[in-house]
Design a protein around this ligand. Structure first.
Ligand SMILES: C[S@@+](CC[C@H](N)C(=O)[O-])C[C@H]1O[C@@H](n2cnc3c(N)ncnc32)[C@H](O)[C@@H]1O
Length: 229
């Protein structure tokens, strides 16, 4: 696992871990971030105001998708059980079923035509792509001209804080979600292999995006990268 790529075996391990987390995914996130994850998603969701079609890549159980203000939200995830969990959430919360569309697949090969969506979200999923450069090229392809890309994830704000965040994920967070402590290890590993937001701003630029802005959230614990096609 490095800054840009994962082997198929590493990615399968990450996906198996995420698959096992499906029933408790939201609870785990809330506990280990003390509820801050919801605020971060709320801030990112504001970018969707006034847009027609959003694509969320790595939509998981719809934790961000429910907040998006686009008329249509396409949810792409390689794990069908994530979609099933989101469908259940839609039913339980009486959300408009026809607002959401589900695609099973990965970012490295998006099953959509060119210039199709107005905004693309990668919320806590960019870290898990097995080929980030290929994923960004695909996102660029499916975005309409002047469309927006939003990447939301845990930040690497600087050497000391990176070490503290890693220590927290590796040693403290598992104590807060004891039943799922094994799953948190994957999170620590993907965080370790993750680079800084500035590093990924360059990768995003190399994929053809412009007007790249990085916003740090909660004193640098998370970041939101906004870019335009
Ligand atoms: C940590 S969850 C994030 C879920 C949701 N976006 C959120 O805000 O909580 C990461 C999701 O990305 C998906 N994922 C992993 N690799 C992917 C890839 N290569 N392409 C698309 N999605 C991927 C996983 O299956 C998982 O559902």
């Amino acid at each position: 696992m490095d800054n840009l790529k994962m082997s198929k075996e590493e990615w399968n391990e990450v996906e198996n871990t995420l698959f096992e987390m499906v029933p408790d995914y939201d609870k785990i996130n809330k506990k280990i971030t003390f509820g801050m994850d919801e605020k971060w998603r709320g801030a990112a969701a504001l970018e969707s105001e006034g847009t027609c079609t959003a694509l969320e890549v790595g939509s998981g159980p719809g934790t961000l998708a429910v907040k998006l203000m686009s008329e249509k939200v396409i949810c792409l995830d390689p794990i069908p059980e994530m979609h099933a969990a989101f469908r259940q959430k839609i039913k339980e919360n009486f959300l408009p079923e026809d607002k959401f569309e589900f695609l099973t697949g990965s970012c490295e090969s998006i099953p959509l035509p060119d210039n199709y969506v107005d905004i693309v979200y990668c919320a806590f999923s960019f870290r898990d792509f097995y080929d980030k450069e290929k994923g960004l090229c695909e996102i660029y392809r499916v975005l309409k001209n002047k469309g927006k890309l939003i990447i939301l994830d845990i930040a690497k704000p600087g050497k000391i804080r990176n070490k503290l965040i890693y220590f927290y994920i590796k040693r403290i967070a598992p104590l807060l979600v004891w039943k799922s402590r094994e799953h948190i290890h994957y999170l620590a590993e993907t965080y370790k292999a993750f680079a800084s937001p500035r590093y990924y701003a360059k990768t995003v630029e190399d994929a053809g995006f412009k007007k790249i802005v990085i916003k740090f959230l909660s004193f640098g614990l998370a970041f939101m990268l906004v870019a335009r096609k």
